[in-house]
Ligand binder design. Structure first.
Ligand code: 5GP
Length: 254
């Protein structure tokens, strides 16, 4: 199926979803586009989509292996992966281990302060409202998810955090925080919640454990330079750079 002939289901800031080859499947295409501050800041970062597709494949596969069900089926090519179609729950679920970003700003805390325990926050996914933070009360009152689904989301998010924190620590990276999304997979009249979207340096804060260097999207948000080189460094440490073609000068080599 070529990109031209297939039906586009949805286009977001960093990804496009196309109709998949079988009912219940979609093709998730990773763009090179980077946006920040609710798309007020935009750029095209050559090779970002390729790296994020590969990192997300790696992470989702590992999570599947430990029983965290997710939408990933298989990677199709450099920029595309086959995924299960789910009904997206309109929440950005953020899990934090270390104070950074909006938490530092909201509470006037220094970035880098270790949290006494991991904290999970919910944000309502709505660009026009700039993704406001919400409580479980809002989530149930507005029927974005029911209490059982919230419990599943909280338990899965903590498992993802434990696993990813260990995985990144083993390669000298601190998982500061991350954002994930969930969706409902329907089986007849029943549905269950599974992990969806992507897990990549676009959606995680990843700091070098020794130097504190940022290896994530904050390099773009804060104009720190070497954005792609840092994403490539994450892939290199995870041992998956070898699978990728040369897409950036001096960065990705096949
Ligand atoms: P913060 O709330 O501090 O801005 O973000 C917390 C974490 O969630 C960071 O790792 C950040 O990258 C991620 N995050 C929050 N909102 C978004 C979003 O709209 N898109 C992406 N890709 N990541 C987000």
């Amino acid at each position: 199926m070529t990109t031209k002939s297939r039906k586009k289901i949805y286009e977001g800031k960093a990804k496009i979803l196309y109709e998949g080859p079988e009912p219940g499947t979609l093709v998730q295409y990773f763009k090179d586009d980077a946006t920040a501050f609710n798309a007020q800041k935009k750029a095209v970062l050559d090779g970002k989509g390729v790296i994020n597709n590969r990192i997300s494949e790696f992470v989702m596969t590992k999570l599947n292996n430990i029983g965290v069900q997710n939408h990933f089926i298989k990677r199709l090519n450099l920029r595309e992966q086959l995924i299960r179609e789910v009904e997206i729950i309109p929440l950005e679920v953020v899990c934090r281990n270390v104070v950074a970003g909006s938490m530092a700003k909201r509470f006037g805390l220094p970035e880098g302060q270790q949290l006494p325990r991991s904290i999970i926050e919910f944000y309502y996914k709505n660009d026009a409202l700039e993704d406001p933070m919400v409580t479980e009360e809002h989530v149930t009152a507005f029927n974005w998810a029911n209490t059982q689904e919230i419990d599943e989301i909280l338990a899965m998010t903590l498992r993802v955090n434990d696993f990813l924190s260990g995985m990144f620590a083993a390669v000298g990276i601190t998982l500061v925080d991350f954002k994930i999304e969930y969706g409902r997979l329907f089986e007849g009249e029943f549905s269950r919640v599974i992990l969806a979207d992507e897990i990549s340096p676009d959606s995680c804060r990843l700091w070098d454990a020794q130097t504190g260097d940022k290896l994530d999207k904050d390099r773009f948000r804060r104009d720190l330079g070497n954005v792609i080189e840092s994403y490539a460094e994450v892939a290199k440490r995870l041992g998956i750079m070898g699978d990728m073609p040369k897409v950036i000068e001096g960065g990705i080599t096949s």
